[in-house]
Design a protein around this ligand. Sequence first.
Ligand code: ADP
Ligand code: MG
Length: 212
Amino acid sequence: MVVCYIAVGSNLGDREGYIKAAIQKLRFLAHTKIRKISKIIETKPQGGPPQGPYLNAVIEIETELLPYELLQELQRIEQLLGRIRTVVNGPRTIDLDILTYGDVCINEEALCIPHPRIFEREFVLEPLKEIAPHMLERIRKLILKTKPKKVEKTTLPSSGIAKKKNKQPSVKLQAKFRRYIKRRKSTYRQAINKVKKENKDNRRKFKNRARF
Ligand code: ADP
Ligand code: MG
């Protein structure tokens, strides 16, 4: 069982009704159990076209679904509840995002865990703090771990330091950067291997099990 945090939001139609319906569907999700639900708060829309205020909450679950299976199930619930994607950050009957999946880091376009914009979104932070204040520091560290590509962008010789001094950084500094980048790459590889291993183990576990 892996503990996950799910952010839920709605700003179209019967917002509270949609959030409650999504929670109800999560209750019936296979191999998944709801552990905690935050208060539902009303928030101003952030980004996107002019639109009405949101209702937001965060839900703590434990699940045996794999990260992509969980994403698929959440998207299925969004569809069942009439979610239609028109514009980015546009109004929606329901939005279900995976904030974290245990300590797993995934950095793909289709699934990024921990959700990269948690700390930009007060509407996520507030309910998350309410039910899991201990998670914030952990998520911050996981997000740092999930961004090796950014580190690669700072590869030499175009690092800020080199530009500032208008010369190549010292050999010692170059070596330090290289060591740092190598370390970050290996951390990233370890995270991917961890997910792959978990997927393999779980697949073996679920092989003979009726899913729904
Ligand atoms: P947003 O939630 O950013 O407003 P959408 O709900 O339309 O936008 O999601 C867009 C895409 O984001 C989804 O199709 C999904 O594949 C991807 N995605 C990446 N990481 C996550 C995540 N942690 N949780 C949910 N969706 C994610
Ligand atoms: Mg979403």
